[in-house]
Ligand binder design. Structure first.
Ligand code: TRP
Length: 335
C-alpha cells in the first residue's frame, strides 16, 4: 500500500501550562486524548508560548511545563505512540505564526471573544501577543496539517479562525494547509464551577471551592463537593434539577459512566448530602490512578526531558516541512 492510503488522520491539541488543571480540563480534554492515539497520528503540545500573553512567574511556568507533560502521559498518552512536545522547543511555531499574521485581519482578531474577555481582565497588560494569540494557535494546528482538533467549547472561535486563515492562504496560493475540523466532546466539555454553576469551571478562578483540580488530594476533593452550591429543593433530576444539581450529575456520570436515569434511580428518596459525598468519592476514585502515575513521572525529570527531546525532534521534522513549503510559496529565497 502506498504511503497515502495508510496515512492516519492527524489530530493536534494543546494545553497551556498556566494554572493547575481542573476536572473540567480532565473530562473535557485529557481523558479523551488517550483513545485518539489509536485512531489518529497525534500531536499534543504544551503551549507555553501562549502562556506568556499574561504575566507568568518564570519558575512556575517552568514547573507547570513538566506538570502538563506528566499529566498528558498519566492520562494515557503514550509518548511512543504519539508526539508529545513543548511548543517553545519547535521554533517553527513562532515562524509560521508571523507568516500567518500577514493573512489575518485586524477586524477578525478584534472580534475574538477571548481577547475581549482577557483584555477586560488584564486591562493593565493588553499586549500585542494577547491580540495575536489566535494566529499562534492557527500556526500550531496548520504546521502539522491537522485534520481534527480536540478542543473545549471556548476554543471553537479560534479554530474557526484557523480554518479561515487556511482557506485564505490556500485560495491565494495553492492548496497548502489541511483545513482542520473541531472535535468537541459531548459530555465533559461543560463542567461548571461548583460555586457558581452557571459559569464554566475555570482553572484561574480565585475561589478554590469553585474548582476541583486534577491533582487535589482525595479529602480536598470530597470537601469541595460537599460545599458545592445546589438549592433547597432536594431534587436530583437532570431535567428538573437546578444548574448545580445538573453539573454534579454530569460529573458523576462522567466518572461512573452511569446514565442520568440510573443516577436518578440511585438517589431516589435520598438527600443532597449523600449525593454530594458520592460524587466526591467517584471523582477521587476516578483520579486516583492518574495522580499515582503523575507522582511517579514527576519524580523522574530526566525521563520527562527525554520525552521532550524526542517529541521536539519528531514535531520539528513535520513542522519544518510545512514552513519550507509556505516560504517557497511566499517567494522567500531558499538557500
Ligand atoms: N488556546 C488553547 C487553550 O487555551 C490551548 C492551545 C494552544 C491549543 N494551541 C492549541 C488547543 C492548538 C488546540 C490546538 O485552551
Amino acid at each position: 500500500m502506498s504511503d497515502e492510503t495508510t496515512r492516519k488522520k492527524v489530530a493536534l491539541s494543546g494545553v497551556q501550562p498556566s494554572g493547575n488543571l481542573t476536572i473540567g480540563n480532565y473530562l473535557g480534554a485529557l481523558s479523551n486524548f488517550g483513545p485518539f492515539t489509536d485512531e489518529f497520528d497525534c500531536y499534543y503540545c504544551v503551549a507555553n508560548l501562549h502562556s506568556i500573553t499574561v504575566r507568568q512567574v518564570p519558575a512556575e511556568l517552568r514547573r507547570r511545563t513538566y506538570e502538563v507533560l506528566a499529566l498528558y502521559i498519566a492520562c494515557g498518552l503514550d509518548p511512543d505512540k504519539c508526539t508529545l512536545f513543548v511548543q517553545s522547543h519547535v521554533h517553527e511555531h513562532a515562524e509560521l505564526s508571523w507568516m500567518l499574521s500577514c493573512f489575518t485581519m485586524f477586524g477578525e482578531l478584534s472580534r475574538m471573544t477571548q481577547f475581549k474577555d482577557k483584555s477586560a481582565k488584564h486591562a493593565d497588560n493588553i499586549n500585542a501577543g494577547l491580540f495575536t494569540y489566535p494566529v499562534l494557535m492557527a500556526a500550531d494546528i496548520l504546521l502539522y496539517q491537522a485534520d481534527v482538533v480536540p478542543i473545549g467549547q471556548d476554543q471553537k472561535q479560534h479554530l474557526e479562525l484557523a480554518r479561515n486563515i487556511a482557506d485564505r492562504f490556500n485560495g491565494i496560493y495553492s492548496p497548502t494547509f489541511t483545513v482542520p475540523e473541531p472535535y468537541i466532546p459531548k459530555v465533559g466539555a461543560n463542567i461548571n464551577s461548583l460555586a457558581d454553576p452557571t459559569k464554566k469551571m475555570s482553572k484561574s478562578d480565585t475561589n478554590e471551592n469553585a474548582v476541583v483540580r486534577i491533582l487535589d488530594p482525595r479529602d480536598v476533593i470530597i470537601k469541595k463537593f460537599k460545599r458545592a452550591v445546589t438549592d433547597s429543593d432536594n431534587c436530583i433530576s437532570y431535567n428538573n434539577g437546578s444548574d448545580g444539581v445538573r453539573n454534579l450529575m454530569t460529573i458523576y456520570s462522567c466518572f461512573t459512566h452511569k446514565s442520568y436515569d440510573e443516577i436518578e434511580r440511585e438517589f431516589d428518596g435520598r438527600g443532597y448530602g449523600d449525593f454530594k459525598t458520592a460524587v466526591g468519592e467517584a471523582c477521587a476514585d476516578g483520579l486516583a490512578d492518574v495522580q499515582k502515575k503523575y507522582g511517579e513521572l514527576m519524580a523522574d525529570k530526566s525521563y520527562l526531558e527525554s520525552v521532550m527531546r524526542a517529541g521536539a525532534e519528531k514535531a520539528s521534522h513535520t513542522a519544518s516541512k510545512t514552513v519550507a513549503k509556505v516560504a517557497r510559496k511566499l517567494g522567500f529565497v531558499q538557500i
